[in-house]
Design a protein around this ligand. Structure first.
Ligand code: BV8
Ligand code: ZN
Length: 254
């Protein structure tokens, strides 16, 4: 295999570089960006992995308003399938290691693309959910947001008290991210001095722009991911490995 020419480390062979450890230990503002790869070891299928398909659909085809307008029952069934899966799994060591990092750094923000709520179940509190949360529903008519667990699914799609149609309170492709949350993430990317991007293919915008925005503002950027991504050759260091193994190893070194 062609040896990559960027700062690439096979997690299993070499511990973290001294440069990475010194920068992280002296960091006063840590931003952690996560994607579906952080929940993979809990058993939640990643978005673009082979197990991400449901029936014959790719998530990309279903996570759109267009798909919902065409067939809201189908899209609801997909979310109910995912909720059933997520309900049964537990946070994994990667989620707990990120909670440890939150406790260790005076300034900290976890920016997640994930909608599964596993970071919160692992105790993370300083969290910005860029793409919403699968455990909330929102009324298309009046905007009322419900805790999904309270929504009695008398058939799908469920209705709001006002009679409007309910949808999952998540951000679909082509939809704007919640403005406040996005601003919070952009600000953190501007002011953090260390950014850790974990378990994301770095394909979805605007989330995928955060690491390079941080780097342009002087942050040391490290990627932890199973596979190379478009970021791998541009970040300061790219570590190939499983989030549930690398992150606890990193916390131990602090
Ligand atoms: C926006 C919620 C503008 C729903 C998600 C053309 C047309 C239309 C839009 C666009 C376009 N071109 C670009 C865009 C913008 C579009 C976009 O980025 N498209 C991409 C795909 C080209 N973005 C948008 O549409 C965004 N909105 O731009 O709005 C706008 C502005 C104003 C007004 C109106 C509009 C909205 C994007 C949000 C979409 N919603 N999810 C749901 O989940 O049901 S995105 C979805 O992708 C998930 O949130 C997921 O988290 C996210 C990113 O994917 P990843 O997390 O990276 O997951 P993936 O499977 O891809 O990768 C996992 C990685 O982990 C892999 O690399 C794997 O190797 C690694 N891994 C696996 N196991 C492990 C591991 N790593 C470590 N350890 C392991 N154990
Ligand atoms: Zn309503």
């Amino acid at each position: 295999m062609r040896r990559p020419n960027y700062a690439f480390r096979m997690w299993t062979k070499q511990p973290f570089s001294n440069k990475l450890l010194n920068r992280l230990r002296s960091s006063r503002y840590l931003l952690v960006l996560t994607g579906a790869g952080v929940s993979a070891e809990s058993g939640v299928p990643t978005f673009r992995g082979k197990d991400g398909y449901w029936r014959k659909f790719s998530p990309q085809e279903l996570a759109t308003m267009d798909a919902f307008e065409k067939n809201s029952e189908l899209v609801w069934e997909w979310y109910e399938y995912r909720r059933g899966l997520i309900r049964e799994v537990q946070p994994n060591p990667a989620h707990y290691a990120i909670k440890d990092l939150e406790d260790r750094f005076a300034e900290f923000l976890l920016v997640t693309q994930n909608i599964d709520g596993l970071h919160q179940r692992a105790g993370s509190r300083k969290i910005a959910e860029l793409h919403g949360n699968i455990w909330r529903d929102r009324c298309l008519k009046c905007g009322q947001v419900y805790d999904h667990k309270e929504v009695k699914l008398k058939g799908v799609p469920p209705k709001c008290a006002c009679g409007g149609l309910l949808r999952p309170d998540v951000v679909w492709f082509g939809e704007a991210l919640p403005q406040e949350t996005l601003l919070q993430a952009l600000q953190a990317a501007q002011f953090c001095d260390f950014l850790l991007t974990v378990g994301t293919s770095a394909l979805v915008q605007p989330a995928a722009s955060l690491p390079l925005l941080a780097q342009e503002n002087g942050a040391f950027v490290v990627e932890i991911n199973l596979e190379p991504t478009p970021l791998s050759e541009r970040v300061n260091e790219s570590i190939r490995g499983k989030a549930g193994e690398v992150l606890p190893g990193l916390v131990k070194k602090l």
